[in-house]
Design a protein around this ligand. Sequence first.
Ligand SMILES: Cc1cc2nc3c(=O)[nH]c(=O)nc-3n(C[C@H](O)[C@H](O)[C@H](O)COP(=O)(O)OP(=O)(O)OC[C@H]3O[C@@H](n4cnc5c(N)ncnc54)[C@H](O)[C@@H]3O)c2cc1C
Length: 493
Amino acid sequence: MILLKINRCALSDLIEKNRVMWYNIGNLNSKGNFMFTYTKKIPNDLSCDVLVVGGGPAGLCAAIAAARGGADTLLIESNGFCGGMATAGLVAPFMTCYDSGGNRRLIRGLFEEIVDRMVAVGDAIDPSTVPTSSAFTSYITVGHIHVTPFRAEGLKRLSDEMLGEAGVRILYHTSFVDAEVVGDRIDRVIVLCRDGLYAVTAGAVIDCTGNGDAAVAAGVPFTLGNGEGRIQPATMFFRIGNVDSARIDADIEANRNNFYRKDGVNYRSLHWWVSKAREAGDWTLDRVSIGIFRGVDEDEWSVNTSRIMGVDATDTESLTKGEIVGRQQVKEIFDFLKKYVPGCEDARLLESGSTLGIRETRHIHGVKTLTVDDLLECKVPEDSVMLAANSVDVHGRFGPKSNEYIALPEGRCYGIPYGCMVTPGLSNLLVAGRCVSAESEAAGAIRVMPPCMGMGEAAGTAAAMGFADDLRSLDTDLLRDTLRKNRVELDME
Ligand SMILES: Cc1cc2nc3c(=O)[nH]c(=O)nc-3n(C[C@H](O)[C@H](O)[C@H](O)COP(=O)(O)OP(=O)(O)OC[C@H]3O[C@@H](n4cnc5c(N)ncnc54)[C@H](O)[C@@H]3O)c2cc1C
């Protein structure tokens, strides 16, 4: 009853301020809230050939590729900058772009161009020079060969530059709200800018929201997490500075034999200090070790250790609770580092992510679905738009302490097919990045940033080629030839 009063109050306010034309109150949604419908006149003066929704690693590359391909491209992004998890979430480093033996650089194209430009100005370290099992890989051995440490601030600036050079129109502080579908096409997209709602007409839409917001609003079916109630846990990343890195290295070297090893994977660094802290009552978290990655600057590290179970980032209440718990965990971990870990005594907490790190939400159902067997059997389908060798990395499946890491056989890779980015029901929608059509475990491999950037580049290239036609029947041989010309690796050696 109280809820109804609040809603009615808000509703009359809405009618007063926004000239709502018509409404009705009826039905309850799944959370028991009253639903109502209203219509409103909004401007429809935004149009483009290709609309990219979300400017994370996938969306950034999708927008640049679409514009370079000749399409009039509009990118909308909720934040005031691009990069998604790489900037807002402080996730680092870029995971490996090499084959599983660390010999062949597989993910090139736009990803490599971005990395090279960051390296040139000192905002990243060339991955070919970054050793495995080092401070840069949190001392992990397998699957972390030649990662790319980078500065988030540099990526923000470079994204603006590259989008500008390509001629992409950018609207920051603009969120996707809804999609209107006519027949098999998304006819209009409703977006919320700072000055209100607008309708956008676009030849093609590329959903790079990580959550599949645009696809789902357009009626595309999806699976949340593994479809059986399990979603990979969230993590609040944070960065620390003023660390005596040589002393952390020395402590790790002194404890090399204490590392937990499973299937040849060497991880769980600093667990010897976590146990001590737990015994002393200074550690209450369900974690047994510390993920800590050295950054570009000698005294700065990214800490990937907090773990928040059961967060559904497509549910605002759940996400909000996760953010709050995440920051509490950051405090406990930082206090632990200062008190126990040699080299961290004078460390400073520089910042936590401005958004919680989200590993998994929705996997949209595409024409094809990438399976974990496809990856582990190293399949390269004919319509592959990129090659990758990132390991299957599933956190928390058997409770908060569990981590599963399945690496590919040495020197191998798999292909990510175009079919995972198109949906059976819509002719002008592509999906790229974390939410592409993949089983939960397969997504646990391709969700890392280099493959997301590769998928984004492929989607942008495809959209530029086919925004006026049916993207489901795009000539994938032609797409692959175009990608090859742009230095995307598609051929097995
Ligand atoms: C804890 C954690 C650790 C990780 N570790 C690594 C690692 O070490 N190395 C690595 O390479 N990868 C790592 N990853 C994976 C990687 O960061 C993400 O999976 C990757 O960033 C996904 O890219 P994306 O572009 O699909 O989505 P995101 O990075 O999530 O970007 C989506 C973008 O869309 C925007 N957006 C969302 N909804 C809307 C909307 N409705 N309207 C407008 N804009 C919207 C967001 O603001 C965001 O900018 C990690 C992830 C997490 C969470």
